[in-house]
Design a protein around this ligand. Structure first.
Ligand code: ADP
Ligand code: DP6
Ligand code: CO
Length: 328
């Protein structure tokens, strides 16, 4: 009753930023992402007779508190589906991505947990079923089931039966690169979950954000289909700025940006002014991801590394969906 799975993070080009149902994790809008090969989580789930509670180790340390509760609550969903209510698990996970710093560790983390946990307990779920299950661990994670370009369809049913991700183009469709610019690996003060909740409940800008989304989504899908880099870059950058603008209108107001976040944004816009197509996007954290094309890799990496207070730059190609590294 043991299985190991690997899942990659994804970066949203059209952001998920708000829930219409917090228990089932149903979003207020559809979103779209690119799975990255450079960042991933590997998780082993071992259901053992005789355990009286779940045990969770992340990066070689035992985890308690909120992060433990999220994992244990998720294993409870798996137990309920399989009907094996009395079985507890030892979960051992390793993040090849900074945890809770806006690099989408919850996406790779819960996708790996869902894949390993469901296999370990003997379930053989379709991708659609696995995506729906994974969604209930962390919304963005339902997109990490697949490689390449992925859309999470928000659905409309109150039970969540039509809210899951689908692949819209495989990673081989288009070699768009992402540079992850690291300024800080510190855990953020406001989790994605808390940040979007406060924004939905209090930001007067939230309705404007929602209204603008269907057009962004439709157009970026055309851009992906046509491999129109400027089109997808412009839409993704503007979509990111709109999302972050909603947090400034929240009560109390907040932002995930640091001063260096803005320096990186400025440098990316300068690169464009020099004729090098590059666009940024930022999730719920201070770190910046820069989209570029393979032929510009050398100049992009050099330019980003020279920005003061940038601690690391990791280059990534489009990545694969989940894989199983062992089932016993
Ligand atoms: P991020 O930008 O990293 O996704 P979030 O605030 O969305 O930040 O989520 C971070 C939380 O995700 C962690 O505090 C923890 O609860 C959970 N998490 C991260 N990695 C894992 C993992 N490998 N297994 C299970 N849960 C994880
Ligand atoms: C800004 O999926 O981390 O990265 O569903 O509460 O776990 P929960 O939140 P999470 O939110 C991700 C927000 C985002 C945008 C995105 O990935 O689409
Ligand atoms: Co997250």
């Amino acid at each position: 009753m043991k299985a190991t799975a690997k899942a990659h993070t994804n970066i949203a080009l059209i952001k998920y930023w708000g829930k219409r149902d917090e228990d089932l994790i149903l979003p207020t809008n559809s979103s779209l992402s690119l799975t990255l090969d450079g960042f991933y989580t590997t998780t082993t789930v071992d259901f053992q007779e005789g355990l009286t509670r779940d045990v969770f180790h992340l990066n070689k340390e035992e985890v308690f508190g909120e992060a433990y509760n999220r994992v244990s609550h998720f294993l409870e969903l798996i137990r309920n589906i399989s009907g094996k209510q009395d079985l507890y698990a030892k979960v051992t996970s390793h993040n090849e991505v900074p945890t809770a710093a806006g690099f989408a560790s919850s996406a790779s983390g819960f996708a790996a947990l869902a894949a390993a946990g469901s296999r370990a307990i003997g379930l053989d779920l379709s991708d659609e079923e696995l995506s729906k299950l994974t969604r209930q661990g962390s919304g963005s994670a339902c997109r990490s089931i697949y490689g390449g370009f992925v859309e999470w369809k928000m659905g409309e049913n109150p039970d969540g039966s039509d809210s899951y991700a689908v692949q819209i183009a495989p990673s081989a469709h288009w070699d768009v690169r992402i540079a992850a610019v690291n300024l800080s690996s510190n855990m953020k003060k406001i989790s994605s979950r808390a940040g979007m909740k406060r924004t939905v409940e209090t930001s007067p800008f939230y309705d404007g954000w929602l209204e603008s989304l269907p057009k962004d989504l439709a157009q970026i899908k055309e851009g992906i289909r046509d491999k129109d880099f400027e089109k997808i870059g412009e839409i993704a950058e503007a979509n990111c700025l709109k999302m972050h603008a909603t947090t400034l209108g929240a009560n109390p107001p907040f932002t995930y940006w640091h001063d260096t976040t803005m320096s990186v944004m400025y440098v990316v816009q300068e690169l464009r002014a020099k004729g090098i197509p590059a666009y940024f996007t930022i999730d719920a954290g201070p770190n910046v991801k820069v989209l570029y094309l393979p032929e510009d890799e050398a100049v992009i990496e050099k330019t980003l590394r020279e920005i003061p207070n940038v601690t690391n730059v990791t280059l990534s190609k489009p990545g694969p969906g989940i894989s199983y590294l062992g089932v016993e």
